[in-house]
Design a protein around this ligand. Sequence first.
Ligand code: GTP
Length: 239
Amino acid sequence: MEIKNVKRVLVKFSGEALAGDAGSGIDLEILKFVANEIRQLANANFEIGIVIGGGNIIRGVSAAEGGIIRRTSGDYMGMLGTVINAIALQEALEYLGLDVRVQSAIDITEVCEKYIYRKAIRHLEKNRIVVFGAGTGNPFFTTDTAATLRAVEIGADLIIKATKVDGVYDKDPNKFSDAKLLKTLNYDEALRDHIRVMDDTAIALAKDNKLPILVCNMFKEGNLNAILTECSGEYSIVS
Ligand code: GTP
């Protein structure tokens, strides 16, 4: 796939990324940093959809571990967590002067719009950033799957899995000093246990719809923009 032909992107990053050293909640400095990275993409005229995880607020699976909270309820709590993150990012992006709409898969119209894919596309066409909250609106699905689903629905050219590492390695770079970054790999390779770019459902959905996945580090200043505008820097592409 050619990065230079990309116009519409869906950026996915984890909620934990917003927590910083505290491990939970929202670190305002990190929120500002992330908003600045997104602003660079907006200034470069990319149409941008965003999905943020909710792990900094609550994770459904972990909440259910003690047996008190049922998994389904835990997952719904997690979905509400993603809406909190979406609103926070909307505020941070608007503070930078960008136009942003939040759409939630769970109806909470006092807080934000509900998810309507045709409206999301109109917002993108009008150069508004759309932040998709509440996952898919269903328990048992990850926010990676939600991001892939939204990317396919809005006709994104690319889903960007923004992480804390430079891309996908042939082996664990924390354990092996000779681990090599894989510039390209296919969907089946991305599904392998030791790689697992995203969960199986998300990768299968991307594969079925030929949606390329770009894995990169969003915590290097300017990296996201450099990759998309100049194809420079380290990253991996699954296609
Ligand atoms: P256009 O139709 O292109 O004018 O889009 P727009 O989003 O500017 O217009 P709209 O009148 O739909 O929205 C105006 C503002 O209200 C925006 O900030 C929306 O995010 C917000 N808004 C729209 N629908 C809802 C909703 O159902 N709930 C909440 N809380 N806000 C909404």
